[in-house]
Design a protein around this ligand. Structure first.
Ligand SMILES: Nc1ncnc2c1ncn2[C@@H]1O[C@H](COP(=O)(O)OP(=O)(O)OP(=O)(O)O)[C@@H](O)[C@H]1O
Ligand SMILES: O=C(O)C1=C[C@@H](O)[C@@H](O)[C@H](O)C1
Ligand SMILES: [Mg+2]
Length: 176
């Protein structure tokens, strides 16, 4: 499972991990869109609380499936206490971080991300400050993606997970 702020590369790194591990790769934002339509339209029609509720349900359904998969979460998925609780039980969770200037360069001025409307830079920073502790709470590892290719990141993440799986749970890898 990949968590982290907008532009940290959850969707992109998830694709590479799915291919490299031969696992089904799912993206919670794509699943949301398939069920409810474009996220920015949903936001303007129904507001953020309704979006969060629907997002929680979409993620709950994926996490209740038995088959292993790589799941890229939406940037705000960790706002849900229920999702955080589900993530802490039985999943390998990686927190992808990124420097603010790199994130903004990747995010194309916030296009298609309704929570960044207005001043994308300031908003991105504020949102990260609000969520950083939640990302840490649900994840076993923090991996900085700034200046690293997605292939290199996938190699690094696969190594972390394999190391953890080959050690006992109490001595498994933790945040650096
Ligand atoms: N390591 C990287 N280096 C350079 N560009 C990257 C990297 N990871 C992702 N990108 C680019 O940054 C953009 C945003 O990446 P991505 O959509 O994967 O982020 P995200 O974390 O899923 O964001 P969101 O929370 O909005 O879904 C994409 O155009 C992607 O190609
Ligand atoms: O960080 C957020 O709140 C969001 C991130 C995106 O992945 C989408 O889930 C949506 O645009 C909201
Ligand atoms: Mg994404």
């Amino acid at each position: 499972m990949l968590v982290g702020p907008m532009g940290s590369g959850k969707s992109t790194v998830g694709l590479v991990l799915g291919r490299r591990l031969g696992l089904q790769r799912l993206d919670a934002d794509d699943l949301f869109v398939a069920q409810h339509g474009v996220i920015s339209d949903y936001f303007s029609r129904n507001g953020e609380p309704a979006f969060r509720q629907a997002e929680e349900e979409v993620i709950g359904e994926v996490l209740s499936r038995a088959e292993p998969c790589v799941l890229s979460l939406g940037g705000g998925a960790v706002l849900s206490a229920q999702t955080r609780d589900r993530l802490r039980h039985g999943s390998h969770v990686v927190y992808l971080t990124v420097a603010e200037d790199a994130a903004l360069a990747r995010l194309n001025g916030g296009l298609g991300r309704p929570v960044l409307a207005g001043d994308p830079g300031r908003t991105w920073r504020r949102i990260l400050a609000e969520r950083h502790a939640l990302y840490r709470e649900v994840s076993q590892w923090t991996v900085d993606t700034t200046g690293r290719s997605t292939e290199d990141l996938a190699t690094h993440i696969i190594r972390l997970v394999r190391q953890a799986e080959s050690t006992t749970p109490t001595t498994g890898a933790v945040h650096p």
